[in-house]
Design a protein around this ligand. Structure first.
Ligand code: PLP
Length: 409
């Protein structure tokens, strides 16, 4: 790909995001991304002009809404290289992983079976497996990290045995930005007969993802980190796996026939979407996919890689800053400053002054407390980029760090 096609028109892009206006520097896209006007418009129209329920109405408005909802499913599926019948709309990545744990895990795992996760997982990819452990008695193994903060797949190879039935790993770490070699992880998991679930929450906004090419079994992500609405995400699962999974929540829509004696289920993916779905959010999700595709994930990835390089370089030039994660982290940079708690840094950065604008970063454990324990810190400061981030955001952050250090003497 030529350099030209990888260069983003940032002035145009930034104008698409009303949330960036108001003179601040938003470096918390890893927590949640700002929304382009096209996503806002799509949700406003879905909630206003076009609003009706789906799957039930016999009137034209509802039929149209059903078409739009199912079109959203097709778009989201195609976006990650899947088939429409393989996408379950969930509340987000968290619910997608809980769905797999409770439905697939409950039906397929038994006491003594093992699950492999890693040290860098988000709590969403730890706690659902602990709940399953408490329910059915599976064992959880934790794959260590390499010195630069990647999931150590050589260690995974040594740990994995035929007792492992599932490997569940983050595609991109929400703290370190490290990118998993998914194909290799798939080969290792499948080599011992285990299924593999990938938490793609931080990957889908930053990297081209093709679940079919990667060969994974489950892939989970959230719309709100992909410039879409909150309250919706997706579980992708290989069709034959999804078809064989039992429902995990009961109610309207997910049934075929209900009597007091016996209920039969709708086919997948509807079987996993009990109740009136997040109609407006699904339409916003599809608009977000359209927006991201109009820019292109290769270009977004290259853009964020450039920003990461600049920021890491500037932080590493300060002798009182520790920068975590690998050099080629995807869009996310975590660090600590000697003698300054990340929360204090975050608070000072947030204060605008006569000569500077506020900078929004995340400070805390990032829902990855075991990783904080591993790093030996209670918290880190984290700057995370979006497709709209630019060098001025980095300059403001660096100036804010210098200011904070002066305040702390
Ligand atoms: C890597 C990772 N996994 C899972 C999640 C959970 O996503 P959500 O809260 O949207 O369900 C997040 C959100 O921060 C994340 O970064």
């Amino acid at each position: 790909m030529s350099v030209e096609t990888l260069t983003l028109d940032l002035a145009k892009i930034r104008a698409d995001f009303p949330g960036l206006a108001g003179g601040w520097h938003y470096l918390d896209s890893g927590a949640t991304a700002q929304k382009p006007q096209s996503v806002i418009d799509a949700t406003v129209n879905a909630m206003g002009r076009d609003y009706a329920t789906v799957h039930r109405g016999v009137y034209a408005r509802s039929a149209n809404m059903t078409l739009a909802y199912e079109e959203a499913r097709r778009k989201v599926a195609a976006f990650i290289g899947g088939l429409e019948g393989e996408i379950v709309f969930t509340r987000g990545a968290t619910e997608a992983i809980n769905l797999v744990a409770q439905s697939w895990g409950g039906a397929n795992l038994k006491a003594g079976d093992r699950i492999l996760i890693s040290t860098l997982e988000h709590h969403s990819n730890i706690v659902p497996w602990q709940l399953l452990r408490d329910r059915v008695g599976v064992e959880i193994d934790v794959c260590p990290l390499t010195a630069d903060g990647r999931i150590d797949l050589y260690a995974a190879q040594r740990i994995l045995t035929p007792a492992h039935k599932l490997v569940a790993l983050a595609h991109v770490s929400n703290v370190l930005g490290s990118v998993l070699d998914v194909e290799r992880a798939v080969a290792l998991a499948h080599g011992v007969g285990a299924k593999i679930l990938i938490d793609g929450c931080q990957a889908v906004p930053r990297l081209p993802v093709d679940v079919a090419a990667l060969g994974v079994d489950f892939y989970a992500f959230s719309a709100h980190k992909l410039y879409g609405p909150t309250g919706i995400g997706a579980l992708w699962a290989r069709a034959e796996i999804l078809d064989a999974m039992p429902p995990w929540q009961g109610g309207g829509s997910m049934i075929d026939r209900v009597t007091f004696e016996k209920t039969t289920w709708a086919p997948a993916p509807t079987r996993f979407e009990a109740g009136t779905p997040a109609i407006i959010e699904a339409i916003g999700f599809a608009a977000a996919v359209d927006y991201v595709q109009s820019i292109g994930l290769s270009a977004i990835h290259a853009h964020e890689a450039g920003l990461v390089k600049t920021l890491r370089g500037a932080l590493q030039a300060m002798n009182d800053v520790t920068v975590f994660g690998p050099e080629d982290s995807a869009g996310i940079v975590s660090f600590v400053i000697d003698g300054v708690h990340p929360h204090d840094l975050g608070t000072i950065l947030d204060e605008a002054g006569p000569k500077h604008q506020s900078v929004a970063i995340r400070a805390g454990h990032h829902c990855a407390q075991p990783l904080m324990d591993h790093l030996g810190v209670p918290a880190t400061a984290r700057a995370s980029f979006g497709l709209y981030s630019d060098e001025s955001d980095i300059a403001a952050l660096i100036a804010g760090i210098e200011r904070t250090k002066r305040i702390f003497g």
